[in-house]
Design a protein around this ligand. Sequence first.
Ligand code: ADP
Length: 206
Amino acid sequence: MNLSQRQKKILEIVKESGPISGEEIASRLSVSRAALRPCLAVLTMAGLLDARPRVGYSYAGKEAKNLFADYLKRFTVGEVKAVPTVIREESSVYDAIVSLFVEDVGTLFVIDEGGFLQGILSRKDLLKAAIGGSDLLRIPVAVIMTRMPNLVTVEPDQDVVVAAKKIVDYQVDALPVVRKVEGDKFKVIGKITKTTLARLLAEVSS
Ligand code: ADP
C-alpha cells in the first residue's frame, strides 16, 4: 500500500506516542482535525491504526517484514517437502554417484535394511572420495557418509522458516524430513532443500 507523506507522518506519531487523540495528532502536524479525517479513515480501514472512542489512535499494523514472516510460517515442512532419494548403506560410492546423476539430485539419504535413516551424502562427500583415488566400486557409502546422530533433520509439522534457518545455520543444502518411529530411529518421508525453499518463494510471489 502506498502511503502519502502525511499518512506516513501520522503513523510515525502514533507509533511513538499512541494511544493519542485526533486533536493531538492534528496539532503536532499543524493542521485542522477536519483535514486529518480522510487520512485517519484510510489508515484505520487499512488496519494500520486502531481507533478507540475516548482512548484515541494506536498502532495496529505490523511491519511488512513481520507480515511476510507470518505468512511464510503458515507453510509446514510436510506441505512443501519434496521426494527424497535414498540409497542403502552397503551401496558402493560408485552407485551413489550414478544415482546422483540419474535422479538429478544433490544429496542422498542413506538408510539401513530396516529403512531407517543412517546417513547423508552430499556432492562434495562423493567428489572427495572420487579424487581420493580409492576403488569406488568397493567402498560402501557408509564409510564416507555423515552419520547419525550428527544429522540435522526436520519434522513434518514444523514450519518452513525453521527448516530454512537450519539450512543456513548448519550450512547444508538439504534436510531429511523424518518421522520418529521407535526409540531414536527415523524414517525419511521427504526432504527440504534450497530448491524447495526457492520454489516456495517463487510460488508465493507470482
Ligand atoms: P556439499 O558438501 O556438496 O557442499 P552440503 O553443504 O549439503 O553439500 O554438505 C556439507 C557436509 O555436510 C557434507 O559432508 C554432508 O555429508 C553434510 N550434510 C549434508 N546435509 C546434512 C544434514 N542435513 N545434516 C548433517 N550433515 C549434513
